[in-house]
Structures are given as C-alpha cells and as structure tokens.
Design a protein around this ligand. Sequence first.
Ligand code: PMP
Length: 415
Amino acid sequence: MKNIQGMKNDFPIFRHHPDLTYLDSAATALKPETVIDAVSGYYETLSTNVGRGLYPLAEETTARMEGTREKTARFIGADTEEVIFTHGTTESMNLLASVLADRVKRDDNIVVTAMEHHSNFLPWERLARERGAELRVIPLSADGSIDMEILRNHVGSETSIFAFPAVSNVLGTINPVAAFVREAKRLNPGILTIVDAAQAAGHVAIDVREWDCDFLAFSGHKMFGPTGVGILYGKRGILETLPPYQVGGGMVLDVYPNPPAAGRACASIYKDIPHRFEAGTPDIAAIIGFGAAIDFIGGIGGSAIREHEIGITRYALDRLRSSFGADITIYGPEKAEDRGGLVSFTLSGVHPHDLAQVLGEKNIAIRAGEHCAAPLHRALDIPATARVSFSVYTEEGDVDRLIDGMRDARKIFNI
Ligand code: PMP
C-alpha cells in the first residue's frame, strides 16, 4: 500500500485552518492544490470558450475539456462518447428523467430503494406521477442492505426503470451493482438500470462494462474536483436514441427556419452524442479542474485510497463502539470493508444537531440531519442522524478529536 500519510499537506485549506478536523467529505471533498491550480490556471492562461473559436487559445481550451472527457471515460471504463458533462449528479438524474419520459408508460412502475438520496428519488417520483406509473420503493434489511429476494418482489416485467445507489450516503452500504443489474435484466430484459455513483466515485472502483448498467451519474466535487461539474454516463446504443435535454448553442449542427427546407423532415440537425446533451457553455474551469482531480486520484491509486478509507472507518467504528457502548446506535453494515468511508449514528441524550453544533465550535466538522434522505430516516423511524465521513486526508487523530468532542458534548447535556 502506498503511504498516504501526510496528505493534509496537499490540501491548502489546512494551511488556512490548521485546527480543522474535517469529517464531512461525503458532503464535499476538500480540494488539493493541483485541482485549485488547474482551475485558476484556466482563468489565467486560457479563459476562452469551448467548441467555437478557431484561434489557438480556444482550440487549447476545447482540447483540455475533451481531454478530461477521455480521462473520465478511462476512469469508469466507458467510451469517450458515452461521457456527458452536467453540473452534478442532481442534474444528471433530472436530465435522465426528462429524456427517458417517453419510455415510461401508464401502469409501468419505476423502482428505487429506501436508501436513495433525494436526487435519485424525486426525479423518479415526479416522472412516475406525471406518466401515471407506480413508484415502488424497495425496503431495506435490518443491516441496511437490499435483499435480492425483496428486490425480486419489486422489479418485474412492468418495471421500466430501476434506479439505485452504488454506495449509500447515510448507511455507507456498498451495493453489489453488477448483481443488481444482472438480476433486474433477467427479470425484465427491457429495463433501464440507473446507478447513482455520487458516493462511489473516487472511493470504490467503477467499471461500467463490468457493472453493465445503462446509466451512471456522479459529481466532481465529491472526488476532489471543483463544484459545478457532474458526469452522466450512458450506453452509446441508448444515448443515440434519446432526444436532447436542453436545446440551444453547442448541441446543434445546423438550424433552419420553419418550415424546414424542401425535403427535410425537421428544422434542425442535432450533434451526435455526447455533445447533443450539452447545450450552452459548460463550467469549463470545473471540467478542467476535474481532470486534475482524476490525475490526483490516479497518483495515489484507487486501491490505496480504498485501503486507507477502510482503515480509518474501522478505527472510527471501533472507537465509537468502545467509547459509547450501548449509548450509540450505528447504522449500516457492521464491518468497515462493507461500507464506504462514512459512519452515521445517534448518541443517546444528544440530538444530532446539538452534537454537530458543539463539535462545530471546536472546529470539528460533521453533518447532522436527514442528509437528503428523508425516506431512509422515515424507514429507520428517526428524525436525524449524525454523520462522519472520511477521505485521504483523514487521520486517526481526527477521529480521536471527534471522540473527545462527543464526550464533552455529553457533559454539556449532563449525560
Ligand atoms: N446522490 C448521493 C448518494 C449523494 O450523496 C449526493 C450528494 N450528497 C447526490 C446524489 C447529489 O449530488 P450533487 O449535490 O452533487 O448533485
């Protein structure tokens, strides 16, 4: 395993906030210097638009953006044309719900899971409502996983879409994506499978060919990249049949005034994939910065990152359990190996929001609330959880400070 100690030095924020204990990487990962430099470097040295200009600076900007597309494709095992830039996972899912609308017929059903982030729930809930289809939510087992038998009871020949996360942002559960896709396609070969990989990208290896999912979405900012860039992967054969999401500049080859020229069926000729789905000026700086984020991950190595995250998660689970015993309830899989690098819990006697506030005053950043997963908290019958989440820069000392801070919080609340 590559030694990834001392990683904090790569992240300028720790120079500005040396006392920061950042345990909120699932909300957004901190940014390494190389990514920040790539963003500011674009504005300082290029600052031009993509896909339009015929002068060297604009051509260079286009090449950098397309270079990031190639890197992204390699990162997930896709073809370059199958990678669409959006502004985040949320936009990727809304884009899909829009362009797939016609595929959902009255009395079909759309299947999601009880561990969905709202971004992979609300677009499908709305689409089902608009199309007169049924939204089916797969309930979870006691350990926070999805039982294959229960999946089989929900997915069937009328299921047009099955959307689920690769990793839960609350429970940390790592779903067996390839097995879910295989089973869903066995139950209905015409089904469209959609994977929310927001908490997986940069943490666990993604291979869209091996997973065989039809679509996959994730956000750059959760994997050391800038905010404002998201990825939507789609299988080429399906993408080519879909209508554009937004129309406008950048996604069209030619436009004719109505009525169309003689012998032409439509007034405009759209570009091929992926540009057909990228109307308007993208967040160029973020996309270029995202390329640097992929390089940053490659420089450490995906398996070294995963090993570090398992190690720190195991340490956190052990310390939380041994320090608070029966007073802490930890949600999700028992073992660190079965989770992404995050732990959600409730501590008896201290509301998660109070805990987050007390810790915040000590410069310990954790998250409290529903984490955009209200259906999951309903299923668990709790109003909120506290969540700590880790990354390459998280050290055991950060977890030790968390434990001390939690002890102090209990004292404040006389527990
Ligand atoms: N899905 C999951 C599992 C997430 O954790 C998040 C971010 N919290 C999202 C979707 C939405 O990502 P974004 O806000 O970047 O669009």
